[in-house]
Design a protein around this ligand. Structure first.
Ligand SMILES: Nc1ncnc2c1ncn2[C@@H]1O[C@H](COP(=O)(O)OP(=O)(O)OP(=O)(O)O)[C@@H](O)[C@H]1O
Ligand SMILES: O=C(O)c1ccc[n+]([C@@H]2O[C@H](COP(=O)([O-])O)[C@@H](O)[C@H]2O)c1
Length: 200
């Protein structure tokens, strides 16, 4: 089985994340995409976040409902302890022998990966599928991919997905101002945000 891993904080999940999953599935002929919400991301201050893990998980579940090739993994849905990608990927290989993993990320993550905990250990565990984002154009991406390949022997491919200037931050800010987030998130997520008065 070829599994795409779409890791994130998902505060909240938005169409940028879903499109990365969909285009990775298609371009690399994957069997499933696992959305992997991080309960306590090492590089973000969860104390500053006012969205509980249970809300973030519920929004991922709502977003992928009805898409049989999209699943949720609760492997990193732990409060308190930080979850690190290198550890999760090593554990996935033990838990799911015979699976090939493809870790999906956006340009901001590709350019900061050298700050991740034991990042060199991640490279042998998966192929990284990196999508353009924000100000990073194709030349920037190819340069960074070539650099990481050359320096660490990383296996990285350019993921071609629609460029969307959308982030969870924008959605939180819009919701806080009482502006609509429709079409930026699936309807079920917009309804969830409204019903639970999130980001007010
Ligand atoms: N619009 C987008 N285009 C490409 N990649 C994206 C996009 N939005 C998120 N990603 C990628 O998805 C992964 C998970 O992102 P995350 O959950 O932090 O969302 P975010 O929108 O970046 O959130 P925030 O604004 O809170 O930092 C990261 O690798 C990020 O680069
Ligand atoms: O392992 C690390 O040190 C590490 C540091 C930063 C980010 N990550 C992972 O990168 C993915 C995207 O992170 P984020 O913050 O953009 O949601 C998510 O799966 C995080 O767990 C992992």
């Amino acid at each position: 089985m070829k599994i795409g891993i779409m890791g994130g904080t998902f505060d909240p999940i938005h169409i940028g994340h879903l499109l990365l999953g969909e285009f990775a599935f298609e371009q690399f002929e994957l069997d499933e995409i696992w959305f992997l919400p991080n309960g306590n991301p090492p590089h973000k201050d969860t104390e500053e976040m006012d969205t509980s893990l249970s809300h973030r998980v519920a929004m991922v579940e709502a977003a992928i409902q009805g898409a049989p090739h999209f699943k949720i993994s609760l492997h990193e849905a732990k409060e308190g302890v930080h979850s690190y990608t290198y550890q999760t990927m090593l554990e996935f290989h033990e838990l799911y022998p015979g699976c090939e993993f493809y870790f999906i990320l956006g340009a901001d993550s590709l350019f900061s990966i050298e700050q991740w905990r034991y990042f060199k250990e991640i490279f042998p565990t998966c192929t990284i599928l990196a999508a353009m984002r924000d100000d990073k154009d194709i030349a920037d991406m190819q340069k960074q991919i070539a650099y990481l390949k050359e320096k660490y022997g990383a296996d990285i491919e350019l993921l071609r997905a629609p460029l969307l200037e959308i982030s969870s931050t924008t959605i939180r800010e819009r919701a806080a101002k009482g502006l609509t987030v429709h079409y930026m998130v699936p309807d079920a997520v917009a309804d969830y945000i409204k019903e639970h008065h999130l980001y007010r």
